[in-house]
Structures are given as structure tokens and as C-alpha cells.
Design a protein around this ligand. Structure first.
Ligand SMILES: *Cc1c(COP(=O)(O)O)cnc(C)c1O
Length: 225
């Protein structure tokens, strides 16, 4: 299957859900990104700042770049001038740095809070308790150069569909709760980023409106090169 065939198939699946497709291009070359872009794909996701920087310079300005992987505070400055959406905010310290870079670049940087929903210890993210604390206090109010647009979550890596569904359901519930109770000047509650190649159909059924799909578009990743 070509990139164009894969995009066509996935777009068809997403259309009833009105979901935004982020094409995750990590480990794939700029030429593959260009091929997808020429086929109408605008939003791309990378999980490493260096790889994103290297690819960005080879590609048209019109692309929207999403940072979806763990972000270290000392790397925020590199992506701040242009990043379209940061999906992986998991601490107030990181928000503080993004806000600072927003001031420097004279822009409001759109962000998602990454919420830990999987059972595995290895997945990054804030937990539900942190989220409720941040929203019910004034912890977020000082960040005028950030727009918090919703949540990102990754389900457990398991074949247990029921468990994956439950994790997505839990995040949708928190998303709705925040939409109802915690409107702030720097929130704009529109994005629920959940679902990858292996579980995006489950995520869509649980209310995702943004999916991050890599291998189902670009093929399997080769980490050895
Ligand atoms: C790699 C990655 C994806 C996409 O994974 P696929 O299984 O290739 O679809 C989605 N989200 C994050 C955070 C990733 O790092």
C-alpha cells in the first residue's frame, strides 16, 4: 500500500467522526512527509525535537508540526517559534517554560495536557489528580502565552480491547468534566488527542477527535538505521 492509499483509507474511516488526523512521521524521511503533504495531509507529528528540527528545514512552511513525545524544558526554545500544537505537557514546570518562550516569540502557544491513563509505569503524563488540582486552583492562570486546548492520552499496550476502551472512556470523562467546570481565559477546550495505529478505532468510538497515526500511514518503523 502506498502512503496515498493509506491516507485515503484512513480519511474514509475518520470522516463520520470529524476527527483531525495527525500523521506521525517519526523515523520516516522528509520525502515520505512530502509525499503525504502533496496528497493533502497538513498535520504531522514528531516525538523528538532534534528530528523535527532536521525535517522541518527540508519541507514547505505550510506544514503544521505537532510535538507528541516527551519534551524536556531545555528543548522548548527550539520549537517555540513555529510549533502548531504541543501534545505532551505533563508538568507545571514545562508549562512555565513554554509560556516563557511564548513571551519571547510574541505568540500564544497551543498545548494539550498529557494525561496518564495507561497502567504501565513507563508512559509519561500527569495523573487525574494533578489535572483537577491545576484546574481547581489558580495554577494555570499566570500563563498568558499558552492556550490549553485539551488532553492527549495513550492507552496501555495490550490486546485487551476492553481495557483500552475503558482507558479512553476515562479520559473523555475527564475532558467533559473540565469543559463543564473549568473554563479559564487560557483554555479553549476543543481537542481530545487519543488513538494510534493499533487503537484509533476504539478511541474514535470513545470520543477522540484527534488521532495520531504513524505506521498505518508510513509503514513500520526501522529503528536500526
Ligand atoms: C509513535 C507515536 C504515535 C503513532 O504510533 P503508530 O503506532 O505508528 O501509529 C502516536 N503517538 C505518540 C505519542 C507516538 O510517539
Amino acid at each position: 500500500m502506498s502512503i496515498a492509499d493509506n491516507l485515503t483509507r484512513i480519511r474514509k474511516e475518520l470522516s463520520p467522526y470529524n476527527s483531525t488526523l495527525i500523521a506521525v512521521s517519526k523515523t520516516h524521511p522528509a520525502e515520505a512527509v512530502k509525499e503525504a503533504f502533496e496528497f493533502g495531509q497538513v498535520d504531522f507529528g514528531e516525538n523528538k525535537v532534534q528530528e523535527l528540527q532536521d525535517k522541518k528545514v527540508l519541507l514547505p512552511e505550510a506544514l503544521h508540526w505537532h510535538l507528541i513525545g516527551h519534551l524536556q524544558t531545555n528543548k522548548v526554545k527550539y520549537i517555540s517559534p513555529y510549533v502548531h500544537l504541543i501534545h505532551s505537557i505533563d508538568s507545571l514546570k514545562l508549562l512555565e517554560e513554554v509560556n516563557k518562550q511564548g513571551v519571547k516569540n510574541n505568540r500564544v502557544i497551543p498545548c494539550l495536557l498529557q494525561v496518564h491513563i495507561a497502567q504501565e509505569e513507563t508512559k509519561f503524563g500527569a495523573d487525574e489528580h494533578d489535572i483537577r488540582t491545576w484546574f481547581s486552583t489558580n495554577a494555570l492562570d499566570q500563563f498568558e502565552h499558552i492556550k490549553i486546548k485539551g488532553f492527549m492520552g495513550m492507552a496501555s499496550l495490550t490486546d485487551d480491547q476492553q481495557k483500552i476502551k475503558q482507558e479512553f472512556f476515562q479520559l473523555k470523562k475527564l475532558f467533559d468534566e473540565c469543559a463543564k467546570h473549568y473554563i479559564k481565559p487560557n483554555t479553549d477546550w476543543t481537542d481530545l488527542s487519543m488513538g494510534m495505529s493499533s487503537d484509533y478505532k476504539l478511541a474514535l468510538d470513545e470520543g477522540s477527535n484527534m488521532v495520531r497515526i504513524g505506521s498505518a500511514i508510513f509503514g513500520n518503523r526501522d529503528y536500526t538505521i
